[in-house]
Design a protein around this ligand. Structure first.
Ligand code: SF4
Length: 95
């Protein structure tokens, strides 16, 4: 009886772990590069190459992910990736 419960628990937790792993992989794969013509991007004047010297997505407080990546998630554009050398009018210097 105890063994069965333990086995069921292991099966369940293994399945949940696989589900969570696949879930995060598919979320990453689904994050597309932000299109500057996207209405929100256009409203915030997003550009793949920053027109403002010294202000880039990679040094903005809203950028996420790891340093050194060409494309990174941004808190302002959920589900999209922005260019590390890009910029938009919401830029604020990372502390
Ligand atoms: S808020 Fe704008 S400048 Fe900052 S990371 Fe996002 S897109 Fe780049």
């Amino acid at each position: 009886m105890k063994d069965i419960k333990r086995r069921d628990f292991l099966k369940l937790s293994g399945g949940a772990l696989i589900g969570m792993t696949l879930g995060s992989v598919s979320l990453r794969a689904a994050a597309e590069e932000l299109d500057p013509s996207d209405p929100t991007a256009a409203a915030l004047k997003y550009a793949k190459v920053s027109p403002v010297e010294g202000a880039y997505c990679e040094n903005c407080m809203f950028v996420q992910g790891e340093d050194g990546q060409e494309l990174r998630p941004c808190a302002i554009f959920p589900g999209k990736q922005v260019a590390a050398k890009g910029w938009c009018s919401a830029w604020a210097k990372k502390a």
